[in-house]
Design a protein around this ligand. Structure first.
Ligand code: NAI
Ligand code: MG
Length: 506
């Protein structure tokens, strides 16, 4: 690609395209080619975006519009996302290296239906709930109101740039908030494009602002900004902790979706072929760069060897290649930094005595010389206290751990600081359900993986996060609850005033 075809993306602040001296370079992870540039902001640009969001909120044009109107606008945006799917897919894969199949089916493909889901929720949301009229101690009526918070911030990662930002800004918008989104520095394009589409569809200027920029500057300012009332964040557990600390200064509410080390617990009665495919899908999809990836495979002694043999044979068929080719199964990892980090984990697995049963390095061949490629890698003989079993690798690396009794298998599944997701593999449903009860994780998928469905909540136990996204209550975290009490008695004496004032003479 020549320099003349490199597209430039300004920030979106107050409905205006805003440029800055600081530029982000968007490079294709499969070969390092420069694909686009984006303007980057810091604290100053975040402040301007928060100011624009604040005044758009105060204008009431969006915040006080009817729920039906807001739902209509968001539905129009969802329709446009669907129409422009191919173009958005290209913007996503040029920055994050997903394959065209993954981005069309999942990364971008989920955005329109998920947005429509939030719009539908908002259209029927109970913004006002009258409470039973009380006659004791006096006649009065309380009404519970759900109000938008004001300005909400979203800090998004690079793995599902549009979708994970949308899980935050869409419920916020649906109930009337204004938002400021800080995408990851590598992947701001689809969120910026979303902003343009939303304004074309009637979202008032200033309601949706996007400031790409470095996390420690732009992200940290957003998390600590006194005029931001809520932060939704997805990313690493370390930065999640930092966001929580920054948000504590002004006692903001936070929703955090953080790391994972999810187990795939295969029971003795599992259907092995079904489980082999499911485990590979669970671990290797999008080169393992998914928070809920099933990265620890727990196998009972009795079927261990046969399972590993079939697993390695099946994993060997995974085709690495051009991300824009529909035949490709797996693309590169996102960046040089992640590449180095993953290779470091692979080295640590070898040093700690695990056995490489498949892969374990950079694939051979000319097309893999540039870009950030890693082979699908399977370690056997892993102990649950090794780094490759404890820490989030975020690459195509599966750690196989064997267990004796089922109780031991369940203990190993839960022996992790994380608790985002898990899977249980068994051909006996009641057996699987019994085991699912004992797993400490926000999702337990029985004979399945990556069942991300907007109808059900998603989020983690333990250090995998705080709160839940999606599901029937997805809008609640973007609202404040207000109780408005109306006295209907007009009587001074009928209140329990005698604890303070005497009405003996009344
Ligand atoms: P990260 O946690 O640094 O990045 C996530 C977001 O936080 C980005 O938008 C980043 O700019 C922002 N950020 C960084 N520092 C910040 C700060 N001080 N204040 C506010 N915002 C800040 O993740 P990174 O470095 O891209 O990846 C490192 C590891 O994190 C991965 O290997 C993976 O283990 C994990 N991760 C987990 C994700 C998930 O889906 N749960 C997504 C991305 C990364
Ligand atoms: Mg970081």
């Amino acid at each position: 690609m020549t320099a003349t075809t490199v597209r430039h993306f300004p920030m979106l602040v107050g409905g205006e395209a805003v440029d800055s001296e600081q530029l982000l370079e968007i490079r294709d992870p499969q070969n390092g080619e420069l694909m686009a540039t984006a303007a980057a902001g810091g604290a100053k640009e975040i402040d301007a975006a928060v100011e624009a969001a604040k005044s758009s909120f105060a204008s009431g044009e969006w915040s006080r519009a009817t729920p039906t109107h807001r739902a209509q606008v968001l539905h129009a945006v969802a329709d446009k996302l669907g129409e422009r799917l191919d173009e958005l897919v290209e913007l996503e894969i040029m920055a994050n290296g997903a394959t065209i199949r993954q981005a069309t089916g999942f990364h971008v493909g989920y955005a329109a239906p998920h947005l429509a889901f939030f719009a539908d929720l908002a259209a029927k949301y109970e913004f006002e709930t009258p409470m039973p009229r009380a006659t004791f101690p006096v006649l009065g009526q309380s009404t519970l109101r759900r109000e938008p918070i004001g300005v909400c911030g979203a800090i998004a990662p690079w793995n599902f740039p549009l979708l994970l930002a949308l899980w935050k800004f869409a419920p916020a918008l649906a109930v009337g908030n204004s938002v400021v989104v800080k995408p990851d520095e590598k992947t701001p394009l689809t969120t910026l494009e979303f902003g343009r589409i939303a304004e074309e569809c009637g979202l008032p200027k200033g309601v949706f602002n996007v400031v790409p920029g470095p996390g420690p500057e732009a992200g940290a300012r957003l998390a600590s900004h006194p005029d931001v009332g809520k932060i939704g964040f997805t990313g690493s557990t370390d930065i999640g902790r930092e966001v929580m600390r920054l948000a504590s200064g002004t006692v903001k509410s936070v929703t955090l979706e953080l790391g994972g080390k999810s187990p795939a617990l295969v029971l003795e009665d599992a259907d092995i072929d079904l489980a082999v495919d499911g485990v590979l899908y669970g671990c290797m999809l999008y080169s393992g760069q998914i928070c809920e990836s099933m990265t620890r495979l727990l196998l009972p002694d009795s079927i261990h060897d046969e399972f590993v043999e079939r697993l390695v044979a099946r994993a060997s068929t995974i085709q690495l290649g051009d991300t824009r080719d529909w035949e490709t199964d797996m693309g590169p990892v996102v960046s040089a930094k992640q590449h180095e980090r993953i290779l470091g984990y692979i080295a640590s697995g070898k040093e700690e005595g695990a056995t490489v049963a498949l892969g374990g390095g950079v694939p051979k061949g000319e097309q893999f010389e540039r870009g950030h490629w890693i082979e699908p890698t399977i370690f056997t003989g892993v102990r649950n206290d090794m780094r490759i079993a404890r820490e989030e690798i975020f690459g195509p690396v599966l750690s196989v751990i064997r267990y004796g009794s089922e109780r031991e298998g369940i203990e190993l599944a839960n022996d992790t600081p994380y608790g985002l997701a898990s899977s249980v593999w068994s051909s006996d449903n009641s057996h699987a359900l019994e085991v699912a009860d004992k797993i400490q994780a926000g999702s337990v998928w029985i004979n399945d993986a990556h069942q991300i469905n907007c109808e059900v909540p998603f989020g983690g136990y333990k250090q995998s996060g705080v709160g839940r996204e999606l599901g029937p209550h997805a809008l609640d975290p973007y609202t404040e609850v207000k109780n408005v009490h109306l006295d209907l008695s007009g009587r001074r004496d009928a209140r329990p005033y005698d604890v303070l004032l005497s009405h003996a003479d009344d």
